[in-house]
Write a protein that binds this ligand. Sequence first.
Ligand SMILES: N[C@@H](CCC(=O)N[C@@H](CS)C(=O)NCC(=O)O)C(=O)O
Length: 240
Amino acid sequence: MIELYHYVPVANGGKVLMALHEKEIPFRSHWIDLHAFEQHSPEYLEINPEGQVPALVHEGHVITQTSVINEYLEDAFPHSPPLRPSAPLEAARMRQWNKYIDDVVMEAVSVHGWHTGAGQIARGYSDEEFDILMARVPLEKQRIKWRQARAGFAQEKLDDCTAKVAEAVARVEQALEQGPWLLGEFFSFADINFYAYCGGGLARMFPQIGSSATCPRVLEWVERMEARPGVAKALATSAP
Ligand SMILES: N[C@@H](CCC(=O)N[C@@H](CS)C(=O)NCC(=O)O)C(=O)O
């Protein structure tokens, strides 16, 4: 049985939840509350020493990093509905999208998410309480990010991230000229990946970018994504 440790069904957690439901793979869900900093608890660090979610456990083995997890699911469950094209060139195209989304889009969207969401959580603690929580964060990069979120990111950084999101949306808008999904007719992990970071929340987080005047195809693609039973099931995931 697959075990998935995750939080709300957006961004990184949503990416694996959507893959599991689309591939119709049964799994047991373990809710890790980021608002309560459960991802840095000693119990969870035994599963993922980096203190990040999601983490997948299969037959006693822990797998982390969402794009790695999703391709693992493809390889370990070959009879589930495929989300990676079988032709090597098409698979490479999918991975090119995933690399760009993981390296650029995820980071750009997450700075905005952390500026508001994580910032609010972090400011709910006193300086002393926050220092104690930060001492448990294993990754230095994440400790810095939590502190930046608490103080608020510089406007220059926010503007740079907004520009990166706008460019990514323009690239996806162009790709969708070729068909309903990022790889044309084939629905793949690349669609799940972009939707998780930048699809569902696009119009709400970036109204100036996600409008029908600028990206009509992307907005129609968002509707197509949300009409998929596996995606809808994943999005309905809530706290136990
Ligand atoms: N590159 C990682 C990123 C994972 C990640 O950033 N997870 C976030 C939640 S969306 C997290 O655990 N944040 C809490 C923290 O770092 O304290 C992946 O793809 O799995």
